[in-house]
Write a protein that binds this ligand. Sequence first.
Ligand code: AMP
Ligand code: ZN
Length: 444
Amino acid sequence: MTPTLHLYNTLTRRKEAFAPIDPANVRMYVCGPTVYDRPHLGNARSVVVYDVLYRLLMRLYGKEHVTYVRNITDVDDKINAAAKANNEPISALTTRIEGWFHDDMAALNCELPNKEPHATAHIKQMIRIIEQLIDKKYAYVADGHVLFAVASYKDYGALSGRKLDELIAGARVEVESYKKHPGDFVLWKPAEPDDDPSSVFDSPWGKGRPGWHIECSAMSTTYLGEDFDIHGGGADLMFPHHENEIAQSRCALPGSHFARYWVHNGFLTVNGEKMSKSLGNFITVRDLLDKGVKGEVIRLALLTAKYNEPLDWNEKLVHDAKTTLDKFYRYLDTWDVEDEISPHVIKALMDDLNMPRALSIVLSIENASVVVSTLKFLGFLKSTPEEWFKGDGVDNEVENLINQRIAAKKAKNWAEADRIRKTLADQGIILEDRPDGTTDWRRA
Ligand code: AMP
Ligand code: ZN
């Protein structure tokens, strides 16, 4: 019997059996990047975790029956500040960072979501929700801002488990005098006189831009409907971001439940502290790739802890992940047949995405072709062994000898060509001459 997928739901604080609203269209929304800086390993952890969940959902329900939406936040105060600091137009910054985000996540073998909506392309939908909230008295206009009145929604705080009067303690909420309640949050804010025009939009409340939370409510419901299955993001987004998304979505769309299962990934930490831009303790994915750490090594390192527990980043994590993958790639040559994915690995993932257990099972599987199929399903083994081991130091030497051999063959110096072939064979390098005159190499 196939086990049922169980996910820890932050909303109910327990592991629940996952039952999609419509198995023919399983719908997941994940908060995507705010495109003002190159993604760091903490951001990457979030993307990699949901990539595994997406792969599992596709496996369980069929690729055509899963819709994964991850937004691009391309309007935000942090973007305005970064563009100003760089002295460049906002669109130049956001386009560049979005490209980098895609490059870096592709290097980690993350699948693209089915839809990646941009906040700036959904201002109309945001305005529509804000209008509904004002009409229904859940929101009010004050000092050029539109604010959501948290006291008007009785279940406010249900996701994060905070009570209204405790809300402010420890949370980063701005307390301005025009707010009726200090926890009230911005749905729309007025433009500043020196704002880049590309971050200024017309609205019934004057020129300005949307608050961050309303962006996700608008983009998720536009593509997934008022009720959908899974909403994901990092644990830092639980409050206020996700709490606010729930409040404004349910109030604007009465009778809707919004997302059913709230999944939160744990923090990637450095010496126990959350990796973040503001603490300055971050390492970007690009930093590591440039140092020659392979994308799959980073991916594996990020998946070694349970997704909803903290994971401390250190050199050993990278070293161990590389050793494991080197071992798999070394044997890859003998594994050319694709096989079934290990049911034990699927079973581990069905138990709230237990990747550490899944990985330890992979290491104990004896049938090599099952190992290959399972690792490919998990987003590994995208390279050939040749590509994998190239760049590991010895290859320059190998390439040099191959070039000398090609020169020897051109000069019809067959003895020399054979001598070089033998030298390399003694080092475990096998040459394959191709019809176009080039030579490929691989390890024996
Ligand atoms: P941001 O671009 O800062 O909004 O973050 C994008 C995603 O990365 C969000 O889902 C965050 O929760 C997540 N995130 C940011 N920092 C970390 C971290 N240190 N560990 C895990 N996830 C993180
Ligand atoms: Zn969001």
